[in-house]
Design a protein around this ligand. Structure first.
Ligand SMILES: NC(=O)c1ccc[n+]([C@@H]2O[C@H](COP(=O)([O-])OP(=O)(O)OC[C@H]3O[C@@H](n4cnc5c(N)ncnc54)[C@H](OP(=O)(O)O)[C@@H]3O)[C@@H](O)[C@H]2O)c1
Length: 274
């Protein structure tokens, strides 16, 4: 790389955000990392700044401090969470929390960063979506809706900012063994008394199994770092196992009722009669 480039990374205290930040650092980028659990300072070869993407003022302060250190050649937005629960029992407040973090968090960051990138004549914006940005699975509706929102938003954004030399990339990870249960709370009303309890137990066990046996988060970080080094980046980068790639294609090709049958079979297993 000619001259050190700078990347700002949100949600960089754990999971895929941390792995991506470390891969970019190892690749020679100056990394300015943000998360709520950070105190301002330096650690592990990265600058750390406190950041809550749900708070306008925190986002503004983060961008002001980061810009005082180095302008962003790239912005990678990984901050995210999900709430597991049925559509019926997940509260509006729980939906709002997920949307505010995953989707509006990106909107807030971009509103601060786009003027900087426009003024410097370009930049790269990476938005973490998910396979769930392309297809829904049971009991992840708040998360799935937020990732679908990101997909639609990114299409509009890319069209608008291209004339300013700004490129947008959606990263669509499949299951990776990186996520922490801390960011995957159950909706408060998902108790044993729920009418969905049996299906919910089956689906969440499957979700947990797939994630803990998922792909390598280091490899994802390295793929993103390699891609960001290119002059031109793709609009979509799906990073998933072969069966998850296939699931997306099948979802596109098959009529909705066959998709629903496959997904119900996969996620919702009935307990055998004793
Ligand atoms: N893991 C997977 O299999 C998978 C699959 C598809 C997509 N993804 C996406 O990849 C991204 C990372 O997920 P993960 O599961 O790897 O990580 P994770 O361990 O769940 O970490 C989430 C990160 O987001 C940060 N965060 C949460 N709320 C925040 C807020 N309000 N402001 C700032 N930062 C906040 C957390 O840091 P603090 O608590 O310190 O703020 C943490 O660094 C997410 O966008 C997720 O949707 C993950």
């Amino acid at each position: 790389m000619n001259g050190q480039k700078t990347v700002w990374v949100t949600g960089a205290s754990s999971g895929l955000g941390l792995h991506t930040a470390m891969a970019l650092r190892d690749d020679g980028w100056r990394v300015i990392a943000g998360a709520r659990s950070f105190e301002d300072g330096e650690a592990d070869g990265m600058v750390r700044l406190k950041l809550d993407v749900t708070d306008d003022e925190s986002v503004r302060r983060f961008c002001e401090k980061a810009a005082g250190i180095a302008m962003p050649d790239a912005l990678v937005q990984c901050a995210g969470m999900l709430v597991l629960g049925s559509c019926e029992e997940t509260t509006v407040e729980e939906f709002r929390r997920v949307m505010d973090t995953n989707y509006l968090g990106m909107v807030r960051m971009n509103r601060e960063v786009l003027p900087l990138m426009r003024r410097q004549g370009g930049g790269k914006i990476v938005l973490f979506s998910s396979i769930n940005g392309l297809m829904g699975i049971p009991f992840q509706s708040a998360y799935t809706a937020s990732k679908h929102a990101i997909e639609g938003y990114a299409e509009c954004l890319a069209l608008e900012v291209k004339p300013f030399g700004i490129q947008v990339m959606l990263v669509e990870p499949g299951d990776h063994r990186s996520g922490s249960d801390k960011y995957r709370p159950h909706a408060a009303s998902m108790t044993a008394a729920s009418p969905y309890a049996e299906a919910y137990g089956s689906a969440t066990a499957r979700i947990h199994h797939d994630e803990t046996n998922g792909s390598d988060p280091d490899a994802l970080g390295r793929k993103i770092a390699r891609t960001l080094d290119r002059k031109t980046i793709p609009f979509r980068k799906r990073i998933a196992s072969l069966d998850q790639h296939l699931a997306v294609y099948i979802h596109r090709l098959l009529p909705a009722k066959f998709n629903a049958w496959i997904l119900r079979k996969y996620y919702i297993r009935k307990k055998k009669e004793a």
